[in-house]
Design a protein around this ligand. Structure first.
Ligand code: ZN
Length: 226
């Protein structure tokens, strides 16, 4: 993982620190300070041997779905991986006496609790691709770093689409109330569509990947220092 620095400013392998999965401690005891929440990553890798990518995000588009009671649901073909339900991890259920209640995953115990929310299938694979985190953000997992980035991007996009759709539907409901006409509900992906779109999405990142790499290369915000 990168050392404790803004992720967008990671410039080379010298910014990376190697950690033990057992307890997220650094392999090199003299390594620079790391991210506080690195137990998110270590506990997921520990629990799910098929996972090779973990992304934790504080996306503002997604946070409303962690606190409002409105479930995040798959809205379009790029987000079938969400499945029909996306669980919400409520850290308040896991606080112990003396814990700093800042909603952060500060230790192995909380990382393990979050990791458990992905559920485990018959081959030790996670059953959920995304777990929302109350008042905090979300975490997504995948079998490769590239697919994980795909899922993080489209989780955020799906949240934006759903918020816009719910707002449009609410406006329609208000105007229909006045005219006494029935209103349609927001139309999410069906079970069959979720399954088919998830299969499609497993390779969908391959086309987008070269574009995302090019965007990093072309944007002066990012410094690439080999
Ligand atoms: Zn966080």
């Amino acid at each position: 993982m990168p050392r404790n620095m803004p992720p967008a400013t990671v410039a080379s392998h010298r910014d990376l620190v190697e950690y033990y999965i057992s307890d997220a401690s650094p392999v090199d005891s003299t390594a620079p300070r790391g991210y506080l929440e690195r137990c998110i990553h270590s506990e997921i890798y520990k629990k799910y041997p098929t996972v090779n990518g973990v992304i934790h995000s504080h996306s503002h588009a997604v946070v409303p779905y962690t606190i409002s009671g409105v479930p995040l649901r798959p809205c379009f073909h790029m987000a079938g991986f969400l499945g029909q339900s996306t669980p919400v991890f409520n850290i308040a259920e896991h606080y112990q006496s003396g814990d700093i209640q800042d909603l952060l995953i500060r230790e192995v115990r909380l990382g393990e609790a979050l990791a458990s929310h992905f559920g485990k299938g018959s081959k030790d694979e996670p059953l959920q691709a995304v777990v929302l985190m109350r008042g905090h953000g979300f975490t997504t997992v995948a079998s490769s770093p590239e697919e994980c980035i795909f899922r993080a991007i489209y989780t955020q996009d799906n949240a934006g689409i759903q918020t816009t759709s719910l707002a449009l539907n609410a406006g329609l409901a208000r105007s229909s109330k006045a005219s006494s006409t029935s209103i349609p509900e927001v139309h999410y992906l069906s079970d069959d569509e979720v399954a088919a779109a998830t299969g499609m999405g497993q390779n969908a990142w391959t086309r987008a990947w070269s574009l995302w790499v090019r965007e990093v290369q072309a944007d002066p915000l990012y410094v690439i220092d080999d």
